[in-house]
Ligand binder design. Structure first.
Ligand code: GLU
Length: 309
């Protein structure tokens, strides 16, 4: 059997020494200030054991990884009717692309591109003040991770609010097609705060456990979602979780995964592990360069893959 503890620390050591680290996202000013030398890895196994290396306890901006939790929440509220407003197909376009929206009449391809995630926020906002909706998501994430210390980085949320012109454009465009029910600025307020949730690799891997255990955070614990819903969220992470590099991630890592421009990735080996990695330098597709490489090393060594016999 692979010695996971040793493997995790060997991978972290290799990544610490890597010369090519990608480029830290600069379009959200507070993220531009993050040291590209940081690296954290946490593997939470199905038996509950937690294996950490590097900066695994350092909170970072989870950004689009939050879309997994917001989608889970929206499905809990409106079920499959969500799919009338958001598609389930990979987009093959960058995270913030607007081009498909015109051809597809304001219905985003999937819930993990920005346009789709903004519609998901609009669903979660129904019947609430934005502040309450944000609080509800934060409570849900704290519950999943079993950690009350998780918080929103207000400086990141404010920076996104003042510089998020593409997201503002996406929201307004969808509003014009009738696919936003609230004022764009209200829905965007929820979206920007959701992206600004700060979590460590340890907390993120813990929050992902329900996707490893078929819908419960621990075997025997009350369900967060049904087994079918957990499978479907994993399917969306595999096909859409890395934007126009989702195929490449499936090829190299072979697991459902969701990345964020903060450099975090949550990856799920169903029945085996919930894994969180953080390295702030991004590749050309806006996904963590060393985070992806670390996951590739981990799955090569363990054989974890949803495609394995
Ligand atoms: N808050 C980021 C944005 O909307 C999220 C993008 C990402 O993490 O991929 O631009």
């Amino acid at each position: 059997m692979t010695d996971i503890a040793r493997l995790v620390s060997e991978i972290a050591q290799e990544m610490r020494g890597a010369a090519e680290r990608g480029t830290v996202a600069s379009y959200i000013p507070p993220l531009a200030a993050i040291d590209p030398g940081r690296f954290g890895l946490c593997v939470t196994l199905a038996d509950g054991s937690v294996h950490l290396a590097g900066d695994a306890d350092e909170p970072f901006s989870i950004q689009s990884v939050s879309k997994v939790f917001a989608l889970t929440q929206a499905l809990g509220k409106v079920g499959d009717s969500l799919w009338r407003r958001v598609g389930r197909e990979p987009s093959g376009t960058p995270f913030n692309s607007i081009v498909q929206l015109e051809r597809e009449e304001g219905v985003p391809r999937n819930p993990f591109i920005n346009a789709g995630a903004i519609v998901v926020c609009d669903v979660n906002l129904a019947g609430h003040e934005p502040r309450v909706s944000i609080g509800e998501l934060l409570r849900f994430v704290r519950h999943l991770a079993d950690d009350e210390s998780i918080a929103i980085d207000e400086a990141v949320a404010r920076a996104e609010q003042t510089t998020g012109f593409r997201n503002i454009a996406l929201a307004n465009y969808m509003k014009a097609f009738g696919n936003l029910t609230h004022a764009p600025e209200l829905t965007l307020g929820v979206y920007f705060h959701q992206c600004a949730i700060a979590m460590s690799c340890r907390q993120l891997a813990a929050a992902g456990r329900f996707l490893m255990h078929g819908g419960s955070s621990q075997p025997g614990a009350p369900r967060v979602v049904s087994a079918q819903r957990a499978r479907r969220i994993n399917a969306l992470m595999l096909t859409c979780g890395h934007y126009d590099a989702s195929g490449d991630f499936a090829f190299r890592v072979g697991l459902p995964g969701k990345s964020g421009v903060g450099g975090g990735i949550l990856a799920i080996a169903p029945g085996q592990a919930s894994i969180a990695v953080w390295s702030p330098g991004l590749n050309a597709n806006g996904n963590s360069l060393l985070g992806t490489l670390a996951l590739e090393r981990l799955t090569e060594a363990t054989g974890w893959s949803i495609f394995a016999a």
